[in-house]
Ligand binder design. Structure first.
Ligand SMILES: *Cc1c(COP(=O)(O)O)cnc(C)c1O
Length: 460
């Protein structure tokens, strides 16, 4: 008698409760394919005699279990929520800015139905999506006009393409930088068709250097905010005001890539760093500024372009705009985020603002709660220590914020092994290792994640 006789037929397997449930979740075809694969796998296992399966119910259960775990593993969302305990607030690898509740609500509302994305409700005819968010952006920044694209890299590419294709762009040698993820200013310039005209040196560039480079073929002067590096020592960089004056005198637009999109001056709203604001750049006379929506602004991924109306209009009307435009969900989240800033609620409602401004006392109080629960319920040791959190995401380089850290240890495990265990927990917890110590920074953990974090630590 054939030993393959114990393998149930696909028809029999399809009658089983677990398989019926899997069919509901993943569809008939997907489940059939998995059943065939697992049945085949069992057949080859039986043929090499190494299995002790002798009856058909056990065989069916084996197939069923394997199909279930295969499908659950391979079809689970690849994008997973994690607890960011790195202390890096705008963490590019961890999705940058978590959104404010109002932004999340607006996304849900707009996503659920139709909207006037490109429809003019007053006239009942085709409208233009670039009008959305523009009132809020101009009020917040003091700009004449605004436009939104997919991200800040796209904003810079679009601006250069629309204003400078085939013509010269003057930029200081100290600003020919790589922003991250292979985004290099000289490469973007080449992509846009603009011609790079470098002036000055890596560490020193003077206003006269810009003025001397201007000729009939000059399209614009570009400034890149050093958002992920600092040049220290013997350095010189002209003020934005003096560059704007040169631009103005020669009739050349000045474009500034601000990176972070900071709206708050140092010490206002408890801002613990000095980072140029969008408003300051425009006041200094810059023609066009661009910045990210999901760095210091604390909103969705977007590239925001603000400045003089005639330039914003020609940028928005350029054919490349079609390829880099923002979608309705971005507008929904962005408008809600901007309203939080405008209404001066941002310090409480926008996670990035809140994390930057949370006091060390608040963090210590939360840390003590976690320590007492964890030490009561497990062998994991948690000690409190102080250390630096950072803004990250290419914003306010060199700035650190005093923070409260949990130093985690468990006998027999190295910091690297602990880091791996935390990362493989549910939800994954991402910490950092400093001098062989595994540290978790509560500044980037939202208070409503404290319980989940405690549970992960207890179960280490
Ligand atoms: C981050 C950054 C960019 C890229 O912005 P994305 O929104 O990530 O596309 C461009 N320029 C500067 C100066 C930056 O800091």
């Amino acid at each position: 008698m054939s030993k393959f006789r114990i393998i149930p037929s696909i028809e029999q397997l399809l009658q089983r409760d677990t398989i019926i449930k899997l069919e509901t979740n993943y569809g008939h075809r997907t489940v059939m394919e998995a059943l065939r694969q697992e049945t085949e796998a069992l057949r080859s296992k039986l043929s090499d005699e190494s299995t002790n399966l002798i009856e058909s119910e056990a065989a069916a259960r084996t197939i069923e279990r394997n199909v279930e775990s295969d499908l659950e593993r391979s079809l689970a969302p690849s994008l997973q929520s994690v607890i960011n305990a790195t202390g890096v607030i705008v963490h590019t690898n961890l999705g940058r800015a978590p959104l404010a509740n109002s932004a999340i609500k607006r996304i849900a509302t707009v996503a659920a139905g139709y909207c006037n994305l490109e429809y003019n409700l007053a006239s009942g005819s085709r409208g233009n999506r670039t009008i959305h968010a523009s009132e809020l952006l101009t009020r917040l920044t003091g700009a004449e006009a605004a436009a939104v694209v997919n991200n800040n890299a796209a904003a810079l590419l679009l601006i250069l393409t629309a204003i400078a294709s085939g013509r010269e762009v003057i930029i200081s040698r100290g600003e020919l930088v790589e922003i991250g993820g292979g985004f290099r200013i000289p490469d973007v310039m080449r992509q846009s068709g603009a011609l790079l005209r470098e002036v000055g040196t890596t560490n020193r560039t003077r206003p006269e250097d810009y003025a001397a480079a201007i000729n009939d073929n000059t399209a614009l002067i570009l400034r890149i905010h050093p958002s992920n590096f600092r040049i220290e020592g013997f350095t010189e960089r002209p003020s934005l005001r003096s560059i704007s004056k040169i631009g103005h005198d020669f009739g050349i637009p000045v474009v500034e890539d601000l990176g972070g999109g900071n709206l708050y001056e140092a010490d206002s709203h408890g801002t613990p760093f000095t980072e140029p604001t969008v408003q300051q750049s425009l006041e200094a006379g810059v023609t066009i500024c661009c910045f990210s929506g999901d760095k210091l602004l604390g909103g969705p991924q977007a590239g925001l372009i603000v400045g003089r109306e005639i330039f914003v209009r020609s940028i928005s009307n350029h054919p490349l705009m079609r390829a880099v435009r923002a979608d309705k969900l971005t507008y929904a989240a962005l408008e809600a985020t901007l309203l939080e800033h405008l209404s001066e609620r941002a310090d409480e409602t926008i996670p990035v603002n809140r994390m930057i401004r949370t006091s060390i006392e608040q963090l210590r109080a939360r840390a003590k709660e976690i320590v007492s629960s964890v030490t009561e319920l497990s062998k994991v040791e948690v000690q409190l220590t102080d250390g630096p959190a950072t803004i990250g995401g290419g914003a306010a380089p060199g700035t650190t914020i005093h923070s409260c850290l949990l130093h985690i240890s468990l006998s027999g495990l190295t910091a690297t092994e602990l880091e791996k265990r935390l990362r493989e927990s549910n939800p994954p917890v991402i910490g950092r290792i400093d001098h062989e110590r595994l540290l978790l920074d509560l500044r980037t953990v939202s208070p409503d994640q404290d319980q989940a974090l405690t549970r992960v630590l207890v179960n280490l």
